[in-house]
Design a protein around this ligand. Structure first.
Ligand code: ADP
Ligand code: MG
Length: 357
């Protein structure tokens, strides 16, 4: 079994007398790569500051690297983790000296410092920046140096608070890929706060969703992508179709009715109080007879194609169905051969792919 790096139980954090965090239970194991997502103000940064022991808590318990934080020597615990922010906060000095700083604090011999700094800079492909002044670096270069600085003393836990939010998307992707490789190679546990769900899908194997200070979902990014717990999280992850609906019990059946009049039987769990039907765009199909054999329950409807948005692999098609606009994601070859703006299109979905919230 993997060692537990972090365990939080029943912790409440107050800021300006307002409760900003209420974590009933969170456990992170060694080597996990976890994303923290949630709307603005949900408490993501607060959670990282709590873990970094920059905030006190009123009730509950936090165990970090096997030690109860309440009675621990925080300075020595803090040396086992490292934090990176969006603001790079590099000193007005050379790249080498910036990265070497934490090792000098620890009193390592200069020969060992040189070895470790050289390796950390090489890990993030910035060996060529060693003698440059930190103030003259580009945004991407500065963030690479920050990662090298954060990892040079081999922390067990790396806390990242939207470190790449200000970078362009190719730079961000490259940095995420490099960081992932380094973290896996070193066995470093990573907690990444990000508001970009594509980054999360790419980077993390687990995502913890915060809303109003509470964990509302904790699962693989793929499950969160298809089965968000509520409409706010659905729009946060850019769910294609977040459709108002009515759910009614009729005799022994439960029926879900959409705003365009289409209704379908519900056989899943958790329908009481549901007002929204989430449907990923790739769960809507252009109807053909083959589909009927593929799925035993299929809901079909007619609509007019209002927009076709090209993409790599998948195209997005917007279809108007009786006042309800639906977004489909359809393989490119199907679109180019069968779809044009203004045409009537029969489409279908499998109710099993619907998430009611
Ligand atoms: N330094 C602070 N002092 C008081 N309240 C704060 C402070 N920082 C954040 N907050 C409040 O705590 C809540 C959570 O903020 P934060 O953790 O920064 O959210 P997120 O990172 O998810 O956007 C918000 O309501 C915010 O206004
Ligand atoms: Mg934040």
């Amino acid at each position: 079994m993997r060692q537990v790096v972090l365990e939080i139980a029943d912790i409440k954090v107050f800021r300006n007398k307002r409760q900003t965090l209420k974590i009933e239970n969170l456990s992170i194991s060694a080597g996990e790569i976890v994303a923290i997502i949630g709307p603005n103000g949900a408490g993501k940064s607060t959670l990282l500051q709590l873990i970094n022991m920059h905030l006190s808590y009123k009730t509950g318990k936090m165990v970090l690297f096997g030690e109860d934080v309440a009675g621990a020597d925080k300075q020595s615990l803090r040396r086992r983790s490292s934090m990176v922010f969006q603001e790079t906060m590099l000193l007005d000095d050379t790249v080498f000296n910036n990265v070497a700083l934490a090792l000098r604090f620890r009193g390592l011999p200069e020969r060992e410092i040189k070895e470790k700094v050289t390796k950390a800079l090489a890990d993030f492909h910035c060996a060529h920046l060693t003698t440059r002044m930190a103030g003259n670096l580009s945004g991407g270069e500065a963030q690479r140096v920050c990662l090298a600085r954060a990892l040079v003393y081999e922390p067990e836990l790396l806390l990242l608070d939207e470190p790449f939010a200000a970078l362009d998307s190719p730079t961000r992707n490259t940095l995420l890929a490099e960081l992932r490789l380094v973290a896996i190679a070193r066995g470093t546990t990573v907690m990444l706060v990000s508001h970009n769900f594509n980054d999360v899908l790419y980077f993390a194997e687990r995502a913890v969703v915060l809303q109003e200070g509470c964990i509302v979902q904790d699962d693989t990014p793929e499950v969160i992508l298809r089965r968000p717990v509520n409409a706010i999280i659905a729009s946060l992850i850019e769910m294609d179709n977040v459709l108002p609906c009515q759910v009614e019990k009729q005799g022994d059946d439960i029926l879900v009715q959409l705003a365009n009049g289409v209704y379908f039987p519900w056989t899943g769990q958790k329908w009481q109080g549901a007002t929204v039907c989430c449907l990923p765009g790739d769960a809507l199909y252009i109807f053909d007879e083959q589909l009927v054999y593929q799925y035993n329950s299929l809901m079909a409807m007619e609509g007019i194609v209002s927009q076709v948005v090209p993409g790599i692999g998948m195209y997005r098609i917007m279809v108007e169905t009786q006042g309800l606009s639906l977004t489909m994601r359809v393989p490119r070859e199907q679109v180019t051969s069968r779809v044009a703006i203004g045409m009537q299109l029969k489409i279908a979905f499998n109710p099993g792919d619907v998430q009611l919230v």
